[in-house]
Design a protein around this ligand. Structure first.
Ligand code: PRX
Length: 675
């Protein structure tokens, strides 16, 4: 474009206050006016930092931006279109491209890293440690793929994985990906009723499980819980593949249960060709909690996920092939999917799979792993750090952490004192990052792979490229400015790697996530948030009834349904109450059918224990309320809605706020008294 045309175009886009062809200091006046306008604007608006500039480009030039990022993964067939958004809010990324997660995680690195460690399994529970090179990983994954194939598992079939933190769980996930089968990993802390619900929703052809896990030195059986779940399920699997660790004796079910070790022996050396999937074909379904009692199967695509993870390994985690990554999450949660299994492996890094707690044999175990394996990137949860705060602080200084570039923390709010403590202790950047099962990778984070911009404790920094994230007024849907609290929402399309739908229920996907902000079809995170004058974001808690216990996302509705199963209970309300260590704990309030029991304290104590055991049995220890208290009525509005926010406020010693709609004020008094 000629200079004059360029000037004219810019002028059309800005305010033209003068136009003359006369010259001042050899420059046309129009240029000088233009310069003055830009200088004034720069003064009014702080300049963007490189993270914000990258973000802006990713939103304004989606196609160009994501085409470049997509070069980070192997495409067997190139895509023909970066984004198909013809059916909002459903987005299809990298249309027509064919790829495979397992190929990108394993096969792709065989040429350059066949003998380098790909997966290191460390168990302080059973005192074992095994290193798998990329070649070993290839061998193991192919063997499991062959086992599954022999059971008739093909592209699009579901395989449910209910496993502790053992390498076979990773092999099974990658084997599914290799075959184009859809895995659904269920967290080991969930019990039979949860499991049965997920079995019925996913209707898996095969379930892969282990006899048992171990936590804090105590064996936690898996197989009997699975057997119970299968008995409850309407759509049981044809086969169950059992990894027998020799931790818990069990009777295999004839004709159904298969022994992993025997089959592995049989299929050792098998080579199973990769099934190339169209980019939008599902890779996995991961269930998560929401407002209703029915968990949602978050469905992820293949190509978009591979691209998002490959990109995040560089831009957010600032890593490179050959690095070592330690993530202390669990494969049953989204963080484990993205940053124990797929992210590091797709990024050509060594991933450490750790079975154990952060405090056994002592509070230095994680740092000793960093030293021994020369870990470059570590990812954990704020609760783990709060637990460590109670242990000998000198353990933070005992090990050589010179290889560690940064510690990433996510899953729950990272309080300032904890961030300060660990930052002082480690002398390393602490990177709070905010995201959800639904998004698959961070929405807000510092992004040192783009630029080193100072962080603020208490803030997960800036929007990550690809996420057009906003703070909106929950009643009007209007965008809010700095320092105003509102709902954190994402203007669709959601970026590559985010959920594509709810498994088997497109309508629920739209209804749940895109219909809560008035007048706008935007994705709601169901979190409150705000940003400050410098563009740093803050997350201020959930807008819905989801609670977060030690980084574990739980639906209060599911826990209530379980409590209500107790024969003595008429109804109940479960809320999340602030807790110094776990962030929140679940507290249940139950109304008994027999009001006569109400005055018998010994009976009530026994009932509390019974109810906790029931929840434990049905949903698993992770969902067990910290306390159950008994009341004769729940505080409700006149239309019958439980006033949860008021209950939480009272429990936390705060003002319950506006109570004009309460039916019976004494019900809230009872809540207070019951504590
Ligand atoms: O409420 C937010 C909280 O955890 C929720 C998502 O949990 P989940 O689906 O298990 O995914 C975790 C992925 C890291 C969010 O809606 N949350 C997550 N990270 C943060 C957070 N709250 C505050 N700060 C965070 N960094």
């Amino acid at each position: 474009m000629k200079l004059l045309q360029m000037i004219e175009k810019k002028q059309r886009n800005s305010r033209v206050v003068a136009r003359s062809e006369s010259l001042v200091q050899g420059l046309p006046v129009t240029i000088l006016v233009q310069k003055a306008i830009f200088a004034k604007k720069a003064l009014e608006r702080p300049t963007m930092n490189p993270i914000q500039a990258t973000h802006q480009r990713s939103i304004q030039q989606k196609d160009a931006f994501w085409r470049e990022e997509a070069a980070g993964v192997h495409w067997e067939t190139p895509f023909t279109e970066v984004l198909d958004y013809s059916n909002p809010p459903f987005a299809r990324w990298f249309v027509g491209g064919r790829t495979n997660l397992c190929f990108n995680a394993v096969d792709r690195w065989l040429d350059t890293q066949a003998d380098d460690p790909a997966l290191v399994w460390v168990s302080t529970e059973v005192e074992q440690e095994v290193t798998y090179s990329r070649r070993d990983l290839y061998r193991e994954v192919n063997a499991v793929a062959a086992m599954l194939q022999a059971q008739g598992v093909v592209r699009g079939d579901r395989v449910l994985i209910y496993m502790p933190m053992v390498p076979e769980a990773v092999f099974a996930m990658l084997a599914c990906a290799r075959l184009g089968a859809i895995h659904s990993v269920v967290f080991g802390g969930f019990a039979s009723v949860n499991l049965a619900q997920r079995i019925d929703d996913a209707s898996p052809k095969v379930i892969v499980c282990a006899d048992a896990g171990s936590r804090g030195g105590k064996v936690t059986p898996y197989k009997p819980l699975l057997d119970k779940a299968i008995a409850l399920a309407q759509r049981p699997p044809a086969k169950v593949l059992v990894v027998n660790r020799g931790l818990f004796a069990f009777e295999p079910v004839a004709g159904r249960d298969l022994d992993y070790a025997s089959l592995r022996h049989q299929y050792e050396g098998a080579v199973v060709p990769v099934t190339w999937l169209e980019s939008s074909e599902p890779s996995y379904v991961l269930y998560t909690s929401g407002t209703t009692g029915k968990p949602k199967g978050v469905q992820r695509d293949t190509g978009g996920y591979a691209v998002a993870l490959a990109s995040s390994m560089q831009r957010i985690f600032n890593g490179k092939p050959g690095d070592t990554y330690l993530c202390t999450s669990d494969i049953g949660w989204v963080v484990g999917h993205s940053y124990i299994v797929y992210g590091p492996l797709i990024g050509g890094q060594t991933t450490i799979l750790y079975e154990g707690t952060p405090v056994r044999p002592d509070g230095g175990i994680l740092w000793s792993l960093v030293e021994r394996f020369k870990v470059n990137t570590m990812f954990s949860a704020p609760t783990a750090i709060r637990v460590l705060k109670k242990h000998d602080e000198s353990l933070l200084k005992k090990y050589d952490l010179s290889t560690l570039r940064a510690l990433y923390l996510a899953g729950e709010p990272l309080d300032e004192p904890t961030a300060q403590w660990i930052s002082d202790g480690l002398g390393r950047p602490i990177i709070d990052n905010y995201w959800q099962t639904e998004t698959g990778w961070p929405i807000l984070a510092a992004q040192p792979g783009i630029a080193n911009v100072p962080t603020k404790f208490g803030s997960p920094s800036f929007p990550v490229y690809g996420f057009d994230v906003r703070v909106l007024n929950e009643e009007t849907g209007a965008d809010l400015g700095p320092n105003q609290k509102g709902v954190v929402a994402i203007v669709p399309p959601l970026p590559p790697g985010a959920m594509t739908t709810i498994w088997g229920d497109d309508a629920r996907f739209v209804e749940t996530y895109f219909s809560s902000v008035p007048g706008r079809q935007v994705y709601s995170t169901f979190d409150w948030g705000s940003k400050d004058d410098d563009g740093y974001w803050f997350i201020l808690g959930r807008t819905d009834d989801v609670i977060n216990v030690a980084g574990h996302r739980l639906g209060t509705r599911e826990i209530e349904e379980s409590i209500n199963c107790h024969a003595a209970v008429a109804e109940s309300a479960v809320v999340g109450i602030a807790d110094q260590l776990k962030g929140q704990v679940a507290v249940g309030f139950a109304v008994l059918k027999d009001a006569g029991l109400f005055s018998q304290s010994e009976q009530l104590l026994k009932l509390e224990g019974d109810i906790m055991r029931l929840v434990d049995e049905q949903l698993g220890p992770v969902a067990r309320p910290a306390r159950v208290r008994f009341v004769t009525a729940l505080p409700k509005t006149r239309s019958g809605k439980v006033l949860r926010r008021a209950i939480v406020a009272v429990c936390e010693g705060r003002d319950p706020g506006d109570l004009t709609t309460i039916e019976d004020p004494s019900a809230l008094e009872q809540i207070k008294d019951s504590l």
